[in-house]
Design a protein around this ligand. Structure first.
Ligand SMILES: Cc1cc2nc3c(=O)[nH]c(=O)nc-3n(C[C@H](O)[C@H](O)[C@H](O)COP(=O)(O)OP(=O)(O)OC[C@H]3O[C@@H](n4cnc5c(N)ncnc54)[C@H](O)[C@@H]3O)c2cc1C
Length: 328
């Protein structure tokens, strides 16, 4: 892996350890920058890339809609031609960090007559433009990370079309491959979670007997250690590929599928170790670590959904890597 790519891993790792808004920003922007680098005009790169890395401008991803999640090509948001650009109308949902975002990458239908993946355009949407309204949705962690976004005749200038007018689906493929294939932040977070699990097993929870000698817990902890190492190697394989300037292909799904399912197995062990205190997800007398670990369990239930569900990752691997027949 080239020094530049390695430095990026450590930089993100450091930020993730710091937690907070900065980590959220980098997580949200991890896939936008490569998409603009690969498909943006020189003018778009000059305008949009510099503020992304220092997190001076946050981006969101306006892809999913109420009727288009796994089957994203069913999306109905329309981009109607107007003088100097398009007027965009429709509804997006599950849009992470839209309430903080300055810009959004947007998939919208430029040709209503074209079926499915054909006739989609990929745009940069100004989240402060008239006609954009954002309504936060409360998650079971108690926080409001994702949103509904309503677009009502939002003007998008021609200069903010990325690629050709009907090329949106191919460009979205770059975004999704990066979102799935580059997750060094998740590596750092799950290494920290492994430390938490070891600590809880050795010390016991709030005066309860330590579980480190429990043969089942020991087996599970050893397996989690192996899985975190596999996640590290998967991440480095992706970054090495990027360092060689090779495109990320459908193999990205391996990375996403593996770490997200590993995460849920590790969080199941966490709940086992926390016992009844795992129910206390808000700060209070019985909450362990102010409820941080219990909230982590709740948050990572979504890991096998966002960036494409596990079923969709397996379909991609079956069809595009193993060459099996299409599901439908
Ligand atoms: C925390 C979180 C953050 C998110 N952030 C964003 C964001 O910033 N921007 C954005 O655009 N989207 C975002 N999403 C949306 C996410 O991409 C979708 O939730 C996901 O693609 C699934 O779509 P859906 O929820 O509509 O479920 P559906 O597509 O309705 O799927 C329902 C179930 O059916 C299964 N299923 C569907 N089709 C198939 C098939 N062909 N074969 C087998 N099983 C199938 C799915 O696996 C799933 O279990 C986020 C989601 C979450 C949970």
């Amino acid at each position: 892996m080239a020094a530049g790519a390695r430095a990026a891993v450590y930089r993100r790792g450091t930020v993730a350890r710091g937690g907070g808004r900065c980590a959220a920003r980098l997580a949200a922007d991890a896939a936008r920058r490569p998409t603009l680098i690969a498909h943006g005009t020189e003018e778009q790169k000059r305008r949009f890339l510099p503020p992304i890395l220092p997190a001076d401008e946050l981006w969101c991803q306006l892809f999913s809609e109420p009727g288009a999640g796994s089957d994203l090509t069913a999306l109905r948001t329309r981009a109607e031609p107007a003088a100097g650009g398009w007027l965009v109308s429709g509804q997006k949902v599950w849009t992470s960090y839209a309430q903080f975002a300055r810009w959004g990458i947007l998939l919208a239908r430029t040709d209503a007559a074209a079926p499915g993946a054909k006739g989609l355009g990929f745009f940069v949407c100004d989240m402060q433009a008239p006609g954009v309204s954002v309504r936060p949705l409360r998650q079971m962690t108690g926080s409001e990370e994702f949103n509904e976004v309503f677009l009502d005749g939002v003007f998008v200038p021609r200069a903010q079309l990325v690629g050709a007018e009907q090329q949106g689906w191919a460009i979205a493929g770059t975004t999704l491959a990066h979102e799935r294939g580059t997750s060094p932040r998740q590596l750092v977070i799950h290494r920290m979670l492994l430390d938490d699990l070891l600590h809880l097993a050795r010390d016991g929870v709030d005066g309860a007997a330590p579980r480190a000698a429990d043969p089942v817990i020991r087996q599970r902890l050893a397996q989690h250690f192996i899985d975190v190492e596999i996640t590290r190697l998967n991440s480095w394989r992706t970054l090495s590929r990027l360092a060689r300037r090779e495109p990320l292909g459908p193999e990205s799904s391996v990375v996403k599928l593996f770490w997200s399912e590993m995460s849920q197995r590790m969080h199941d062990t966490l709940m086992d170790l926390l016992g009844p205190r795992g129910l206390c997800w808000q700060p209070g007398a019985h909450a362990v670590g102010g409820g941080r670990l219990a909230r982590s369990y709740l948050y990572y239930r979504a890991a096998t959904l966002f960036a494409g569900t596990s079923e969709i990752q397996r379909n991609i691997l079956a069809e595009r890597v193993l060459g099996l027949p299409r599901a439908r």
